[in-house]
Design a binder for this molecule. Structure first.
Ligand SMILES: NC(=O)c1ccc[n+]([C@@H]2O[C@H](COP(=O)([O-])OP(=O)(O)OC[C@H]3O[C@@H](n4cnc5c(N)ncnc54)[C@H](OP(=O)(O)O)[C@@H]3O)[C@@H](O)[C@H]2O)c1
Length: 269
């Protein structure tokens, strides 16, 4: 099996290590780099995975998963550049960083795959969206699908769609959290105790998500099934439409896409 090094074992990096181990990879096939010795020791203790320096990661691992914050990328590229070779595959989880940045800073036509994950990776339910860089082959994409498939779903898009993807699934969980928060407030307004309102709304969200994922039905069909003539749901839907919730979502996601494009421009030169 392929050996994988996670460069930067923060929240997302740790979630990936944990998912890979649960998916059947052995600790010996995994390694990570980390700035703080204390955190590194804690991770090694918990997962049995060794901490290494960048040259060792490049030497011992075929796949290098970059999971540092985007603003911390420069030192990582500086460390990789003198030692990396085309037998390594770079998998970038860094929001907004284009594959061209890696291709420009790293020598030898190193293959790069860009990924937009999202935080449900922490519970094994990520939506990871992948795009090949110039030197990445179909086999590289298959390998990345297999790796990220241990922590959720994976889909391919052309890199030109990554800003839109960032706005949809990258930020997507935040929109659902926002909606849940507002619905819990509505429960408080109606006099329901907070703990009860939380339980009602979170389980409704979990149930609705499971129906969407498992039935294969269109969301419109599922909504119509609970919208009876002159019933309660249609009264609520009328208010949602009157307050422009659909238009607000379209505008919000477009704004997130625009911001992602703007942030990406910082890495163009
Ligand atoms: N969380 C999300 O919602 C989300 C969603 C999509 C994509 N992503 C992407 O996933 C990446 C990781 O995010 P995160 O939330 O996991 O961030 P995080 O918790 O801050 O993890 C980054 C880790 O990398 C370490 N690090 C930084 N520079 C390093 C270096 N030169 N060598 C070794 N380790 C280094 C950091 O150490 P220190 O603690 O010392 O800084 C930290 O442990 C980001 O690029 C982000 O864009 C995150």
């Amino acid at each position: 099996m392929t050996t994988i090094a996670v460069l930067g074992a923060g929240k997302i990096g740790e979630a990936l290590l944990s998912g890979l181990l649960s998916g059947g990879r052995l600790p010996e096939q995994l390694m990570f780099t980390e700035r703080y010795a204390e955190r590194a020791a804690a991770l090694t203790k918990q997962y049995g995975v060794r901490v290494v320096d960048v040259p060792t990661a490049v030497r011992d691992a075929e796949v290098l998963v970059v999971a540092v914050k985007p603003q911390d990328i420069d030192p990582v590229l500086d460390e990789l550049a003198p030692v990396i070779s085309p037998r390594n595959l770079v998998v970038s989880l860094c929001a907004g960083l284009p594959t061209s940045l890696y291709e420009r800073k790293l020598p030898n036509d190193v293959p790069v795959v860009r990924v937009m994950p999202n935080t449900p990776m922490l519970v094994g339910q990520a939506m990871s969206v992948i795009s090949a860089g110039r030197h990445a082959s179909p086999q590289h994409l298959v390998l990345v699908e297999e790796i990220l498939g241990t922590v959720g779903e994976v889909i391919r898009v052309p890199e030109s769609q990554q800003d839109a993807v960032t706005a949809l699934s990258g930020s997507g969980p935040a929109y659902f959290f926002f909606l849940v928060e507002a619905m819990i407030d509505a429960g408080i307004l109606l006099g329901i105790p907070r703990n009860v309102a939380e339980k009602l709304i979170i389980q409704s969200a979990v149930g609705a998500a499971a129906m969407l994922a498992q039935t294969g039905e269109h969301p419109v069909t599922l909504r119509e099934a609970v919208t009876s003539p002159a019933g309660t749901t249609i009264m609520a839907i009328r208010e949602l439409e009157r307050h422009g919730v659909r238009a607000a979502l379209l505008a919000a996601i477009e704004a997130a896409r625009d911001r992602s494009e703007e942030l990406g421009k910082a890495h163009e030169s």
